[in-house]
Design a protein around this ligand. Structure first.
Ligand SMILES: [Zn+2]
Length: 243
């Protein structure tokens, strides 16, 4: 195949645009924040499960406290009623029984109040554990929201860049003969499409050409499309080629 040296050199620009297109495409389809966002979503699920457990424990303690408060109330009402009956009682035997019961109710109330204090202490701890867990979830959610926003911005920027690079590529390739472009595309799809020969080295694969190969390159016509013997890329010659 033959193509003018100018057209062959343009392939280097096309390859550069293709490299940048590939990078932008990678940024668009797999934002760097992706793994961490997935990790955070998983962490949040676990944290929410723990929150459910902690909230359940707190609600149990609340129920226990409500029950104790109700017990204290009922017992106090009974003590008030017994005290009224005692004040109105004229029968010594009844009075003795009531006094006995009042003493017993007093001990019961004191006992219930001790239990109440204990349960209130446990409720405080349970509420604190729920608040701590909620704060942890808030932190995880905030990081996830922030990273998702960053990822979206990156995808949008990459999408714009791809559009711009595609326009540039269209402009650059407009002047190249179709068969040369097809040849580049074919080789690029298999590996390296084009490489600049600089000081005897193919910049596509970084391999130095042997003396024999360099001699072949020297003998080739300027418009011949030649290949790197190592990577198969179209080898582009310039003044820097060291020929
Ligand atoms: Zn090469």
């Amino acid at each position: 195949m033959n193509a003018s040296p100018e057209h062959q050199r343009i392939l280097l620009d096309v390859a550069d645009l293709d490299r940048r297109l590939q990078q932008a495409e990678k940024q668009r389809t797999t934002p760097v924040q992706g793994p961490r966002i997935n990790e955070l979503a998983k962490e949040r699920q676990e944290q929410l499960r723990d929150l459910t457990v902690l909230t359940g424990a707190r609600d149990d303690v609340r129920t226990e406290l409500t029950r104790l408060e109700s017990d204290v109330k009922v017992t106090e009402q009974r003590r008030t009623r017994d005290a009224e009956r005692l004040a109105a009682s004229t029968n010594p035997k009844d009075a003795q029984a009531l006094e006995h019961e009042l003493a017993s109710l007093g001990r019961r109330i004191s006992d219930l109040e001790d239990q109440q204090l204990d349960v209130m202490g446990r409720l405080e701890e349970a509420e604190s554990a729920v608040a701590t867990q909620q704060a942890l979830i808030d932190t995880t959610t905030a990081e996830g929201t922030e990273l998702t926003a960053q990822a979206k911005a990156q995808v949008a920027a990459a999408t714009n860049e791809i559009a711009q690079l595609s326009r540039d590529r269209d402009a650059v390739t407009a002047d190249i003969p179709a068969d040369l472009l097809a040849e580049y595309t074919r080789r690029a799809s298999r590996g390296i499409g084009v490489g600049l020969l600089r000081r005897g080295t193919c910049e596509g694969c970084r391999m130095m050409l042997s003396g024999t190969h360099l001699n072949e390159v020297r003998q080739a016509a300027a418009d011949a499309v030649i290949s790197c013997p190592e990577c198969g890329a179209i080898l582009v010659r310039t003044d820097e080629s060291g020929l």
